[in-house]
Design a protein around this ligand. Structure first.
Ligand SMILES: C[S@@+](CC[C@H](N)C(=O)[O-])C[C@H]1O[C@@H](n2cnc3c(N)ncnc32)[C@H](O)[C@@H]1O
Length: 234
């Protein structure tokens, strides 16, 4: 099977960069990590490596063999190779036993699969979270200029060269409403819908994104927001 992400992950100046996703990094800075983490659609591993450095034992899953190779390289360089396992698999096919992962990350993968599959995976992911679990999810929205829906389809901003891989653009509030469903047993720490420019692969382009940071309902970690609002002074 050809890998549409081979070239973005093959280059020195790697796609999506070295820095982990912002809200995930803010959470890892503030709340002590540890336990098992799952990074779905891990790509070249910017979030997997941050999770490993924060003390998690990480399983990074992606279809891109080149991405997984780069994750192993980066983990070695960061001195966390023992804490990162890679798995070449379709995220829809992985085993997700309930109450197993203390952190689950899905940075732009629920939008790379059809809506029905995305809903089924969302249900299994949220069930796989432990009672001390944190969930970080990012998806492309209909604000993205690659979307065939409003308002994105009216945008004249440049579209990502990998936009064809995004097949399920989320509508306004959709991810928030999934997270607020009481059956999912989540408490939202942060949610936003925003635009962002991407300079990390191909010609510069615009994205519309929805970003969710949530924990299990009933969990109250020492989270002061992003940026941290009024943390305790040392
Ligand atoms: C936009 S990239 C994001 C990569 C990474 N999460 C990041 O933010 O740096 C999307 C990733 O999802 C992977 N992907 C797409 N569909 C997938 C599927 N069904 N199963 C596993 N991985 C998938 C792609 O190979 C790609 O690496």
């Amino acid at each position: 099977m050809s890998d549409p992400f081979f070239e973005p992950y093959d280059r020195d100046d790697i796609a999506y960069g070295e820095k982990p996703s912002g809200s995930l990094a803010a959470y890892l800075n503030q709340v002590k990590g540890g336990g098992k983490a799952l990074d779905l659609g891990a790509g070249a591993g910017r979030d997997s490596i941050a999770l490993a450095i924060a003390g998690y034992q990480v399983l990074a899953v992606d279809l891109s063999a080149r991405g997984l190779e780069r994750i192993a390289q980066r983990a070695e360089r960061a001195g966390v190779l023992k804490r990162v396992e890679t798995l070449a698999s379709d995220v829809r096919k992985i085993d997700l036993p309930p109450n197993t992962y203390d952190a689950i990350v899905a940075t732009t993968v629920l939008d790379h699969i059809p809506l029905a599959d995305s809903q089924a995976l969302w249900k299994r992911m949220t069930e796989a979270l432990t009672d001390r679990g944190v969930l970080y999810v990012q998806v492309h929205t209909t604000e993205d200029p690659g979307s065939d829906q409003l308002p994105g389809r009216l945008s004249d901003a440049p579209v990502s060269e990998t936009a064809a891989e995004v097949i399920n653009y989320f509508s306004p509030n959709q991810l928030a409403s999934w997270a607020a469903d009481p059956d999912r047993r989540l408490r939202i720490l942060r949610y936003e819908e925003r635009l962002e420019w991407d300079y990390t692969h191909g010609p510069e382009h615009l994205h519309g994104k929805a970003v969710l940071l949530a924990v299990r309902s009933g969990l109250f970690p020492n989270w002061y927001g992003q940026p941290a609002a009024f943390p305790k002074q040392e």
